[in-house]
Design a binder for this molecule. Structure first.
Ligand SMILES: Nc1ncnc2c1ncn2[C@@H]1O[C@H](COP(=O)(O)OP(=O)(O)OP(=O)(O)O)[C@@H](O)[C@H]1O
Length: 316
């Protein structure tokens, strides 16, 4: 593919015990490109996505993302003891939940959510800054950015705690800013007014929209979607397709959508990839503007189904 890359995978191998799941896999995703990944059950789609998200290590090869990554899964994975808006801002702060993912440098090395190097120190460890980094900003003895009072700051000057979480000058979570960001993200997924709801009060589709808001709140450069509509009924799925298309048009992240649904892939993606035998076995570039009707895609659809080994359906 042409243009600037947001993700690049080269010679990727992954095995679980004796079972080779990915072997010598190559993949590129352009900045702002929408890519769908199809493959038979067990072909390694989720495995590839987890490696790109920095959630699983590869055995061999390179998987790098040049920017921030967010992930949304088939199950919304909301924390039931947090109100909706607080679940959304987990996307900003908690890199341990898959929904937010990690920032992965060009080398594949993990750095903090803010992009600044963050230390392993816990809590409000405030070490006075006595040195400066290459840009003349003060750092403490461990090379962490600090303000004039020795409190940690990230690369943009925001206060962070020892784990890189954004806090105010007194070490409290930046609640007002978080709330505003959460409300903005919730309105983008048409959930205005649900900020203070508890997750258990949401329908499946609403919960999945919260999950999308959580993935989008940090404006990721790469959005990884692992069958995000798989558990939804057909009508809700259609509404979600439209929503994802709108969100993608508005923010233009690169997207890797893992799906079993050939038609969903054809409707949403710029490029459809088929995974088989541990690598990408075929690629189908879809023409623009994105067609509104599946009938515009019948030829590609036939080819994709054949690549998936379900050619008995290809003529229907
Ligand atoms: N943590 C693990 N330990 C052992 N085997 C694993 C692990 N994760 C995945 N696998 C195996 O790796 C293979 C690929 O799994 P993966 O979930 O990536 O497939 P998939 O294409 O996403 O499947 P599906 O479409 O059914 O979700 C499967 O055989 C699976 O059993």
């Amino acid at each position: 593919m042409a243009g600037e890359l947001i993700a690049r995978v080269r010679g990727l191998d992954k095995r679980f015990g004796d079972r080779a799941v990915l072997s010598s896999l190559d993949l590129e995703i352009g900045r702002g490109e929408f890519v769908a990944l199809l493959g038979r059950s067990g072909s390694g789609k989720s495995t590839l996505l987890r490696i790109l998200a920095g959630l699983d290590p590869a055995v061999e090869g390179e998987a790098s993302v040049d920017g921030t990554v967010s992930v949304a899964f088939q199950q919304p994975r909301l924390l039931p003891w947090r109100r909706v808006w607080r679940n959304v801002v987990l996307g900003l702060h908690d890199q341990r939940v898959g929904a937010s993912g990690a920032r992965v440098g060009p080398s594949g090395a993990r750095v903090g959510a803010s992009g600044a190097r963050v230390g392993a120190a816990r809590g409000q460890d405030t070490v006075a800054g006595t040195e400066a980094d290459g840009g003349g900003r003060p750092v403490n003895g461990r090379g962490q950015h600090v303000d004039g009072r020795g409190q940690h700051v990230d690369g943009t000057g925001q206060h962070v705690d020892g784990r890189g979480q954004v806090v105010d000058g007194r070490g409290k979570l930046g609640r007002g800013r978080d709330r505003a960001l959460a409300e903005k993200a919730l309105s983008e997924v048409h959930l205005e007014g649900h900020a203070d709801a508890w997750p258990r009060t949401l329908s499946g589709g609403e919960a999945q929209r919260v999950s999308l808001a959580r993935a989008l709140v940090r404006e990721p450069d790469l959005l990884l979607l692992d069958e995000p509509f798989g558990a939804l009924d057909a009508l809700t799925r259609l509404a979600m397709h439209r929503l994802v298309e709108d969100l993608w048009s508005g923010h233009r992240p690169g997207v890797l959508l893992v799906t079993h649904d050939v038609d969903e892939a054809l409707l949403l993606a710029d490029r459809v990839l088929v995974l088989g035998n541990g690598r990408i076995v075929s690629e189908h570039v879809l023409r623009r503007p994105r067609p509104r009707a599946l009938s515009d895609h019948l030829e590609v659809r036939t080819d994709v189904l054949a690549d998936l080994g379900v050619s008995e359906y290809a003529t229907t």
